[in-house]
Design a protein around this ligand. Sequence first.
Ligand SMILES: [Ca+2]
Ligand SMILES: [Ca+2]
Ligand SMILES: [Ca+2]
Length: 409
Amino acid sequence: MRRKYNKYTSIADRFPFIAFIIILGLSIFFLFVFAERFPLNFFSGSQASQIVKETSDYSIYIISPSNKQVFEFVNENESVPVEIKSKDIENLDYKLKLLANGEAIRTFNSPPYEYNWNPPGPGEYEMVANLVDDNDRVIASSNSVSFIVQYTSQTLETIERSIDIEEKKKLALKDAVYRAQNGAPIFSFKCYTPPVIDGVIDEWDIYDRAQIANPTIKKENFSSIKDCSGIIYTCWDDDAFYFAVIVTDDVFSQNYTGNQINNGDSVKLVFDTDLEGDFNIPFYNSDDFDIDFSPGNFAGILPEAFIYFPSRAPVGVEIKSAKTAGGYIIEAKIPWENFISFGARDMLVAGFTASIFDTDNLETTELVVSTSPQFEIYNVTILGTIVFIDGGDLMLTIKTEDETGSGEE
Ligand SMILES: [Ca+2]
Ligand SMILES: [Ca+2]
Ligand SMILES: [Ca+2]
């Protein structure tokens, strides 16, 4: 019996069973290959999935923002540039619907599929563009990109000073009449060695810096701080006010001189030197000074300053500029005699706003960004605040700290 049973289960006898296993194996293999190539719902046989199959030739691709991109914004006016490339969808009766975190933010009826999207706040966003029909049914989808929006509060970079200086800063503001609602005050320190006005700004990092990035005039033209923004350093002594500005400006244009400077790329400083005396007078008067600084055009037109209000050429101004890869630098000294009877002194609080006037392709100003949240010419009520502090020789303080630091190592 046993031998007979062995004979019955020989290879030849098992063949149908082995063939069945091989066919089953191949079927599973091909099923996986197809599942990889086609969307899962292709196999469900529903009508919607048939449409997806038929339109899988449309390629919709979000090229900006890129996946995992991090946007570091300094204010809420900045936007994420969205750009979508597509193939063969232009002549269809479909619309392209852009979604961020599942919410529709823009519907395009035709190309170009470009949009500057102003995000509602910081966070991680997922963006996808869907090709939809009149019934809002999704015909095809783009790649999905996720990106991060962050806001860095670099509006002011106040260097942490000694206890004595920090105390002075508080004290200066405590009893001062100033417009606290116009942004955080800028602290300007006395210099014991005046900066060298040469367009090289190595010596400025011991002073506080302020960001010039709030769009204030023609702000509808603002999209990103890469278009136009800057950083200003200031200091003072008994002779003069000094500043250095690093401007980011993608298109440089300055063809003007004298009282026309602010039609081209330039920097404007406005001072309200007596805040308390005429606090309720909104327009410029005898204690207010509006000064324009031009970097020149690096091709014949020299850097210069002009007092826009009260309109006149300044005296004794030293100014140097330098062209940089992303914009330009201005470094300047303005003697106090230009401010008639005003000169900075320790703990004095004044109105102050620094602005960058940006002209790119037109004949006149296209955008103004400022240190204060608001700015307009001839209006002193929206100026920010500057606090003049004598904190001793900061160069000495920094050096001492360095030496202590290296000694401890
Ligand atoms: Ca210098
Ligand atoms: Ca005033
Ligand atoms: Ca420009």
